[in-house]
Design a protein around this ligand. Structure first.
Ligand code: KIV
Length: 277
Protein backbone atom coordinates (compact mmCIF):
# COMPACT_ATOMS: atom_id res chain seq x y z
CA UNK A 1 0.00 0.00 0.00
CA UNK A 2 1.44 3.39 -0.89
CA UNK A 3 1.61 6.03 1.82
CA UNK A 4 -0.40 8.46 -0.31
CA UNK A 5 -3.32 6.02 -0.73
CA UNK A 6 -3.65 5.61 3.04
CA UNK A 7 -6.21 7.62 5.00
CA UNK A 8 -5.90 6.34 8.55
CA UNK A 9 -2.95 5.19 10.58
CA UNK A 10 -2.07 1.50 10.40
CA UNK A 11 -2.27 -0.61 13.54
CA UNK A 12 0.62 -2.73 14.82
CA UNK A 13 -1.04 -5.78 13.26
CA UNK A 14 -1.06 -4.01 9.86
CA UNK A 15 2.67 -3.37 10.26
CA UNK A 16 3.20 -7.04 11.17
CA UNK A 17 1.26 -8.06 8.05
CA UNK A 18 3.71 -6.12 5.87
CA UNK A 19 6.36 -8.83 6.45
CA UNK A 20 8.02 -9.53 3.11
CA UNK A 21 5.97 -6.84 1.36
CA UNK A 22 6.73 -3.29 0.23
CA UNK A 23 9.40 -1.79 2.51
CA UNK A 24 8.13 -0.07 5.64
CA UNK A 25 9.18 3.58 5.90
CA UNK A 26 9.90 5.13 9.25
CA UNK A 27 11.68 8.08 10.84
CA UNK A 28 12.00 9.41 14.36
CA UNK A 29 10.14 12.57 15.35
CA UNK A 30 10.06 14.64 18.52
CA UNK A 31 7.93 17.69 17.65
CA UNK A 32 4.57 18.50 16.07
CA UNK A 33 5.88 20.31 12.96
CA UNK A 34 8.33 17.54 12.10
CA UNK A 35 5.60 14.92 12.61
CA UNK A 36 3.35 16.88 10.23
CA UNK A 37 6.10 16.90 7.58
CA UNK A 38 6.53 13.13 7.66
CA UNK A 39 2.94 12.03 8.30
CA UNK A 40 2.03 11.33 4.67
CA UNK A 41 5.33 9.61 3.90
CA UNK A 42 5.92 7.26 6.83
CA UNK A 43 4.12 4.08 7.82
CA UNK A 44 5.12 4.69 11.42
CA UNK A 45 6.93 7.38 13.32
CA UNK A 46 9.09 6.60 16.34
CA UNK A 47 9.37 9.01 19.24
CA UNK A 48 12.84 7.70 19.98
CA UNK A 49 14.75 8.19 23.19
CA UNK A 50 17.39 9.60 20.82
CA UNK A 51 15.46 12.80 21.66
CA UNK A 52 17.79 13.12 24.65
CA UNK A 53 20.88 13.43 22.46
CA UNK A 54 19.28 15.14 19.48
CA UNK A 55 17.17 17.82 21.19
CA UNK A 56 18.33 17.96 24.81
CA UNK A 57 22.12 17.80 24.37
CA UNK A 58 22.59 14.67 26.50
CA UNK A 59 25.69 12.55 25.84
CA UNK A 60 23.70 9.31 25.71
CA UNK A 61 20.09 8.14 25.98
CA UNK A 62 20.56 7.04 29.59
CA UNK A 63 19.29 10.29 31.11
CA UNK A 64 16.00 10.28 29.20
CA UNK A 65 12.94 10.16 31.47
CA UNK A 66 9.31 9.04 31.18
CA UNK A 67 8.29 12.70 31.41
CA UNK A 68 10.44 13.59 28.38
CA UNK A 69 8.96 10.72 26.36
CA UNK A 70 5.42 11.72 27.31
CA UNK A 71 5.97 15.40 26.49
CA UNK A 72 7.48 14.62 23.07
CA UNK A 73 5.00 11.79 22.42
CA UNK A 74 2.07 14.14 22.94
CA UNK A 75 3.64 16.74 20.65
CA UNK A 76 4.26 14.20 17.87
CA UNK A 77 0.77 12.74 18.18
CA UNK A 78 -0.72 16.19 17.46
CA UNK A 79 1.12 16.18 14.12
CA UNK A 80 0.04 12.74 12.89
CA UNK A 81 -3.12 11.66 11.10
CA UNK A 82 -1.94 8.85 8.81
CA UNK A 83 1.20 7.38 10.32
CA UNK A 84 1.24 5.08 13.36
CA UNK A 85 3.13 6.35 16.42
CA UNK A 86 5.50 4.21 18.50
CA UNK A 87 7.10 5.62 21.67
CA UNK A 88 10.38 4.39 23.16
CA UNK A 89 10.46 3.17 26.74
CA UNK A 90 13.34 5.04 28.37
CA UNK A 91 16.22 3.41 30.24
CA UNK A 92 15.16 2.21 33.69
CA UNK A 93 11.42 2.20 32.94
CA UNK A 94 11.03 -1.50 32.04
CA UNK A 95 14.08 -3.65 32.88
CA UNK A 96 13.30 -4.29 36.55
CA UNK A 97 10.23 -6.49 36.10
CA UNK A 98 7.36 -7.19 33.70
CA UNK A 99 5.07 -5.37 36.14
CA UNK A 100 7.22 -2.23 36.07
CA UNK A 101 7.28 -2.45 32.26
CA UNK A 102 3.49 -2.78 32.13
CA UNK A 103 2.93 0.19 34.44
CA UNK A 104 5.16 2.47 32.38
CA UNK A 105 4.08 1.18 28.96
CA UNK A 106 0.42 1.66 29.92
CA UNK A 107 1.24 5.20 31.04
CA UNK A 108 2.99 5.96 27.74
CA UNK A 109 0.00 4.66 25.79
CA UNK A 110 -2.61 6.44 27.91
CA UNK A 111 -0.80 9.77 28.07
CA UNK A 112 0.56 10.01 24.51
CA UNK A 113 -1.99 8.07 22.44
CA UNK A 114 0.75 5.92 20.91
CA UNK A 115 -0.24 2.63 19.26
CA UNK A 116 2.78 0.73 20.55
CA UNK A 117 5.93 1.00 22.64
CA UNK A 118 9.49 0.03 21.75
CA UNK A 119 11.97 -1.46 24.17
CA UNK A 120 15.56 -2.63 23.82
CA UNK A 121 16.79 -6.17 24.43
CA UNK A 122 16.60 -9.71 23.13
CA UNK A 123 16.44 -13.04 24.98
CA UNK A 124 16.56 -11.29 28.37
CA UNK A 125 13.50 -9.15 27.56
CA UNK A 126 11.39 -11.89 25.90
CA UNK A 127 9.43 -12.63 29.09
CA UNK A 128 8.60 -8.96 29.52
CA UNK A 129 7.52 -8.63 25.89
CA UNK A 130 5.19 -11.64 26.26
CA UNK A 131 3.78 -10.17 29.50
CA UNK A 132 3.02 -6.82 27.82
CA UNK A 133 1.58 -8.30 24.62
CA UNK A 134 -0.75 -10.63 26.57
CA UNK A 135 -2.05 -7.56 28.42
CA UNK A 136 -2.83 -5.48 25.35
CA UNK A 137 0.40 -3.57 24.77
CA UNK A 138 1.86 -3.94 21.27
CA UNK A 139 5.66 -4.07 21.44
CA UNK A 140 8.29 -3.25 18.87
CA UNK A 141 11.57 -4.87 19.89
CA UNK A 142 15.10 -3.53 19.29
CA UNK A 143 18.18 -5.77 19.08
CA UNK A 144 21.76 -5.43 17.84
CA UNK A 145 23.23 -2.14 18.99
CA UNK A 146 20.99 -1.13 21.87
CA UNK A 147 22.15 2.36 22.88
CA UNK A 148 20.74 2.09 26.41
CA UNK A 149 23.37 -0.64 27.02
CA UNK A 150 26.44 1.21 25.71
CA UNK A 151 28.19 0.81 29.04
CA UNK A 152 27.99 -2.98 28.86
CA UNK A 153 28.40 -3.20 25.07
CA UNK A 154 31.57 -1.10 25.25
CA UNK A 155 30.36 1.72 23.00
CA UNK A 156 28.49 2.13 19.74
CA UNK A 157 30.14 -0.82 17.94
CA UNK A 158 28.75 -3.03 15.17
CA UNK A 159 27.01 -5.98 16.86
CA UNK A 160 26.78 -9.62 15.82
CA UNK A 161 30.04 -10.00 13.88
CA UNK A 162 31.47 -13.53 13.67
CA UNK A 163 30.41 -15.90 16.44
CA UNK A 164 28.28 -13.16 18.06
CA UNK A 165 25.92 -13.52 15.08
CA UNK A 166 24.35 -16.62 16.65
CA UNK A 167 23.51 -14.69 19.83
CA UNK A 168 21.97 -11.88 17.81
CA UNK A 169 19.91 -14.37 15.82
CA UNK A 170 18.74 -15.91 19.12
CA UNK A 171 17.72 -12.44 20.35
CA UNK A 172 15.68 -11.74 17.22
CA UNK A 173 13.98 -15.16 17.33
CA UNK A 174 13.20 -14.72 21.06
CA UNK A 175 11.50 -11.33 20.67
CA UNK A 176 9.54 -12.52 17.63
CA UNK A 177 8.35 -15.63 19.45
CA UNK A 178 7.47 -13.52 22.51
CA UNK A 179 4.95 -11.60 20.40
CA UNK A 180 6.70 -8.41 19.25
CA UNK A 181 5.03 -7.17 16.05
CA UNK A 182 8.31 -5.89 14.54
CA UNK A 183 11.95 -5.60 15.52
CA UNK A 184 14.54 -2.89 14.94
CA UNK A 185 17.96 -4.26 13.92
CA UNK A 186 20.59 -1.63 14.66
CA UNK A 187 24.17 -1.64 13.41
CA UNK A 188 24.54 -5.29 12.43
CA UNK A 189 26.36 -6.80 9.42
CA UNK A 190 24.17 -6.77 6.31
CA UNK A 191 24.43 -10.54 5.71
CA UNK A 192 23.30 -11.25 9.27
CA UNK A 193 20.40 -8.79 8.94
CA UNK A 194 19.34 -10.66 5.79
CA UNK A 195 19.51 -14.02 7.58
CA UNK A 196 17.45 -12.67 10.49
CA UNK A 197 14.91 -11.20 8.07
CA UNK A 198 14.50 -14.59 6.35
CA UNK A 199 14.34 -16.50 9.63
CA UNK A 200 11.75 -14.58 11.70
CA UNK A 201 8.06 -14.07 10.97
CA UNK A 202 7.87 -10.37 11.91
CA UNK A 203 9.17 -7.34 9.98
CA UNK A 204 12.76 -6.29 10.58
CA UNK A 205 13.34 -2.54 10.59
CA UNK A 206 16.93 -1.76 9.70
CA UNK A 207 19.14 1.08 10.88
CA UNK A 208 22.69 0.36 9.83
CA UNK A 209 21.55 -3.15 8.85
CA UNK A 210 20.59 -4.10 5.27
CA UNK A 211 18.48 -2.97 2.32
CA UNK A 212 16.96 -6.45 2.56
CA UNK A 213 15.21 -5.63 5.86
CA UNK A 214 11.43 -5.32 5.77
CA UNK A 215 11.73 -1.60 6.51
CA UNK A 216 14.14 1.19 7.37
CA UNK A 217 14.34 3.84 10.05
CA UNK A 218 16.66 6.83 10.55
CA UNK A 219 16.90 9.56 13.15
CA UNK A 220 15.30 12.49 11.36
CA UNK A 221 17.81 15.10 12.54
CA UNK A 222 20.62 12.91 11.14
CA UNK A 223 19.07 12.53 7.69
CA UNK A 224 18.18 16.23 7.47
CA UNK A 225 21.67 17.29 8.52
CA UNK A 226 20.34 19.05 11.63
CA UNK A 227 22.33 16.94 14.10
CA UNK A 228 25.96 17.32 13.13
CA UNK A 229 27.91 16.43 16.28
CA UNK A 230 28.79 13.16 14.51
CA UNK A 231 27.51 11.13 11.54
CA UNK A 232 27.29 7.35 11.80
CA UNK A 233 28.32 5.51 8.59
CA UNK A 234 24.75 4.24 8.15
CA UNK A 235 23.26 7.73 7.94
CA UNK A 236 22.60 9.23 4.53
CA UNK A 237 22.13 12.99 4.65
CA UNK A 238 19.24 13.97 2.41
CA UNK A 239 19.61 17.67 3.30
CA UNK A 240 22.01 20.00 5.08
CA UNK A 241 19.49 21.99 7.11
CA UNK A 242 21.94 22.60 9.95
CA UNK A 243 24.29 24.47 7.61
CA UNK A 244 21.37 26.44 6.15
CA UNK A 245 20.07 27.34 9.61
CA UNK A 246 23.53 28.45 10.74
CA UNK A 247 23.91 30.67 7.67
CA UNK A 248 20.43 32.15 8.21
CA UNK A 249 21.16 33.00 11.85
CA UNK A 250 24.49 34.60 10.85
CA UNK A 251 22.76 36.70 8.15
CA UNK A 252 20.08 37.81 10.65
CA UNK A 253 22.72 38.80 13.22
CA UNK A 254 24.64 40.76 10.62
CA UNK A 255 21.50 42.61 9.42
CA UNK A 256 20.39 43.49 12.96
CA UNK A 257 23.84 44.86 13.78
CA UNK A 258 23.95 46.91 10.56
CA UNK A 259 20.28 48.05 11.02
CA UNK A 260 19.26 46.50 7.68
CA UNK A 261 16.63 44.43 9.56
CA UNK A 262 13.85 45.28 10.13
CA UNK A 263 13.34 47.03 6.77
CA UNK A 264 10.41 49.28 5.79
CA UNK A 265 8.23 46.27 4.84
CA UNK A 266 8.56 44.74 8.30
CA UNK A 267 7.34 47.72 10.38
CA UNK A 268 3.94 49.41 10.82
CA UNK A 269 2.74 52.93 10.11
CA UNK A 270 0.09 54.18 12.54
CA UNK A 271 -2.07 55.64 9.74
CA UNK A 272 -3.03 52.68 7.49
CA UNK A 273 -6.76 51.96 7.98
CA UNK A 274 -7.64 48.38 8.85
CA UNK A 275 -4.07 47.29 9.48
CA UNK A 276 -4.23 45.58 12.79
CA UNK A 277 -1.70 42.82 12.54
O1 KIV B 1 15.83 6.25 19.80
C1 KIV B 1 15.87 6.07 18.57
O2 KIV B 1 15.89 7.02 17.77
C2 KIV B 1 15.89 4.71 18.07
C3 KIV B 1 16.13 4.51 16.61
C4 KIV B 1 17.56 4.73 16.34
C5 KIV B 1 15.68 3.20 16.14
O3 KIV B 1 15.75 3.79 18.82
Amino acid sequence: MSATARKTAPLPEDIRARKGGAPLVSLTAYTTPMAQLMDAHCDFVLVGDSVGMVLHGLESTLGVTMEMMILHGRAVKRGLAQAMMVVDMPFGSYEESPEQAFRNAARLMAETGCAAVKLEGGVEMAGTIAFLVKRGIPVMAHVGLTPQSINTLGGYKVQGRGAAGDRLMADAVAVAEAGAFAVVLEKVPAALADRVTSRIAIPTIGIGASAGCDGQILVVDDMLGLFTAFKPKFVKRYATLGDQAGAAVAAYAEEVRSRRFPAAEHVFADTTPGEGA
